[in-house]
Every structure is written in C-alpha cells, then in structure tokens.
Ligand binder design. Structure first.
Ligand code: UD1
Length: 383
C-alpha cells in the first residue's frame, strides 16, 4: 500500500523545518536532483522526501545513475513505467496525489519530462506550492512533448529557477512575475563538476585499440529523430559516411534501440564501423564526452555538458531551447541535414571547432543558491 503521508520525517516539534517533496522520473532528472537533495540534506532548513515515479526503470537508465550520483534511495517509488504520454502522465498523477495527504510545504520538480508536469499539476491542484528547476527554456516547438511540459509546469510554479537569461525573458513574456523567477545557474553542471574526477576513461569503456584519430560520440533519442523511419535513415546515412573518416561511438537509448532493431539499421551502422553501446552510466558518459573529438546529440543535457567541458557539440535538431550553449558555448545547430552534419564535422576535424566559454553561474554552486532562495522564501512566510 502506498504511504499517504510522505512528510514521514514529520515536522519536529518546536522548530519550523520546511517539508519538501522532490520528484524524479527519468534519467536527466537524476542528474539534476542529486546536488539539490545533497545541499538540502546538508542544511537544517528542510526535511526532504524523494519520490521516484518510475518513468525510467531499467538498471542502466536508473539505478546506475543513483549509484554514480550518490542519490539516496527514494522514499517512495511509484513504479508507473512506460506508456503513451497521456497514460504515463495520468499514471503519475493518480499515484502521486495520495502522497500529498500529509500536505508538504513545497513540491520540487526538475526538467521537462512527463513526470515533471504530472507532479506539478497534482501539487498545484492540491494548493501546494511548486518549485521548478530549469524553468523558462523554450524550443517554441509544440510538437515536442517536453515543450508542453515546460510551458505548463512554469505556469503552475511558485518558484522558478533558471539556468540562462533567455529563460527569464521567456517567462516574462508569458506573464510570470519576476518575483517568482530566480536565475541561479545550472544544477547539471554542479553534478558534472563534482563527478568529473571519477569519469571512466574512454580507453576503459572502449578498449585500448582506440584509433589515434579518436572518436565522435553520438546520442539520439528524440521521437522526431528516431520514430520517423525516413528521418532516422537519413541520419544513419550521415553517421555511416562519417564513420569512414572517424570512429563513431553510439550510446543507444532504449527508445532508439527499438528502432535500430528494425529494417537492418543496427547492422548497417555496425558494418560501417559505428560502435553501438548500451546506455552508459553517468561516469562512463562523462568520460566519453570529455575524450571525444566532438559530440553529436539531440539531448538537451548533453548540449550543456559539452559546453561545460569545452568539447564541440553538433545538435541534431532544428534549434535549441538552450541558446546560451550556441551563443557562448561549444554548440552548433546542424538539424537533421546530412550535408550540414558532415560539413560541421569536417570543420571540427580541421579546425578543432568551437571552444566556447562557461556560461554565467555554471560554476558548481547552483544547488547552494537554490537552497538560499528557498530559505528566504520560507522565512518570508514564516518569520
Ligand atoms: C524521456 C523524456 C525525454 C528525456 C528522456 C531521457 C518525456 C516526454 N520524455 O524520453 O524528455 O530526454 O526521457 O532519456 O518525458 N524504456 C526502456 N527502459 C526504461 C525507460 C524507457 O526500455 O528504463 C523504453 C520504453 O520502451 C519506452 C521508451 O523507452 O516506451 C521511451 O521511454 P519514455 O520515458 O516514454 O521516453 P524517453 O524517450 O525515454
């Protein structure tokens, strides 16, 4: 039976600890919540309950990240699993609602996955304030499920924490008062800076026969890239062409693995010399990113991580909701166009590519700043 009061640490008598429920569901959430839970638990400000919705559940998408990032075992696991967007969102909502019977003081959600929106919606309907970490990012592409999740979560949130200045501008345009918005930097980079010394060297992951020319790292999982056979086949054409000149290492997401298993796609990639790997642990992917000549990706988090590492990134989407990675960082948008991908790859191999600079407040201290804002918010209400 599900507990009906996840404020199970209780409110110790005689003091005024805030009770916060942090919600995670999918792999990128884990990287974002780790420093926040760490910073909160190091302070006498709040009690923290961690809820895992179960959106991601495979060991290598889930447990391995908890271990690498040192995230405590969730206090509650909802086990919702996979499904259509509606099924998944509804399943999280139904399972999460009874947990709020203990009326925590704040529900904290991160990122833009279905679990983020579902938890925010339940909390808002229960009249419990929501804090959204990584607020205000916009692709302006409503065909992306994440865009819907972002826009709606931001409307529901009381406290909005942003990673870059573009986010604050979007929130202002959408009528969200500046008093609710806090530019704090990027918690993903807190995790990266804390973990980089423990990154698994690429030679350990890939073996010692790594070519002297190095390799390009590839990740791909957006429905717009992998669920449309025509788009996917065109992208595969670009990767197999590139593999003639440079080893391509492809960390394959489970969604993508399903598509590669169809129509001989995985065989085509492997025959061309693309090395397909299962989803990598956090320490492994950090080691691969750091060592790569460049990274090709449709992930939002990897666009940011490559900027923090100073490694050139080619984004396989028409745009990015993280423009600071292009304007200041190492990111170049190449869309799904093989000619642009190959030309940009060639340019990086010739010139070394963009080096970029570290965006403002991506300094490893974002979680501390979030805790400070929470402290002020709490004291403004409770003296
Ligand atoms: C989700 C997020 C996306 C995020 C990505 C990171 C939404 C709308 N999308 O996409 O923003 O970038 O996570 O990975 O929330 N599967 C497994 N094992 C798992 C999890 C999923 O095999 O542990 C398979 C299932 O077949 C599932 C498919 O992957 O149907 C897609 O999983 P889902 O969580 O629905 O979306 P992602 O593509 O992972």
């Amino acid at each position: 039976m599900l507990p009906t009061d996840i404020g199970r640490h209780g409110r110790p008598t005689g003091n005024c600890l805030m009770r916060i429920v942090c919600v995670v569901g999918a792999r990128p959430n884990f990287v974002k919540i780790a420093p926040i839970v760490g910073a909160l638990r190091a302070e006498p400000l709040a009690t923290v309950d961690l809820v895992h919705t179960g959106q991601h559940y495979d060991i290598d998408m889930n447990q391995v990240f908890f271990e690498d990032l040192g995230i405590p075992v969730p206090d509650v696991s909802l086990g919702v699993g996979s499904g259509s967007h509606t099924q998944q969102t509804a399943a999280v909502m139904q399972a999460f609602e009874p947990l709020l019977a203990g009326r925590p003081d704040l529900v904290m959600v991160v990122g833009d996955v279905n679990s983020t929106l579902a938890a925010a919606l339940v909390a808002a309907k229960e009249g419990i304030p929501v804090a959204h970490v990584e607020a205000g990012l916009r692709s302006f592409d409503r065909t992306m499920p994440e865009e819907i999740n972002r826009v709606l979560t931001d409307q529901l949130a009381t406290l909005l924490f942003t990673t870059e200045h573009s986010a604050g501008r979007h929130l202002e345009t959408e009528g969200i008062g500046a008093d609710r918005v806090h530019f704090v930097g990027n918690v993903m980079i807190d995790s990266l800076l804390k973990s980089i010394a423990r990154a698994v060297p690429a030679e350990v992951t890939l073996g010692r026969d790594l070519p002297a020319a190095g390799f390009a790292l590839l990740t791909l999982h957006r429905p717009a890239n992998v669920d449309d056979p025509e788009v996917l086949d065109r992208l595969i054409g670009a990767f197999t062409t590139l593999a003639r000149d440079l080893l391509v290492v492809f960390a394959v997401h489970p969604r993508t693995a399903g598509r590669l298993a169809e129509s001989g796609r995985r065989e085509r990639l492997e025959e061309a010399g693309v090395r397909c790997l299962p989803p990598q642990s956090y320490f492994q992917i950090l080691g691969l990113m750091r060592a790569a000549r460049f990274v090709m990706t449709d992930s939002g988090g990897i666009q940011e991580e490559t900027t923090a590492l100073g490694v050139p990134c080619l984004t396989l989407r028409p745009g990015t909701e993280r423009p600071v990675t292009v304007e200041e960082g190492t990111n170049t948008i190449v869309d799904r166009d093989p000619a642009r991908i190959l030309a940009a790859a060639d340019d990086i191999l010739t010139t070394g590519g963009k080096r970029g600079r570290i965006p403002e407040l991506w300094d490893g201290r974002t979680a501390e700043r979030i805790v400070e804002v929470l402290r002020r918010w709490w004291h403004s209400q409770h003296g």
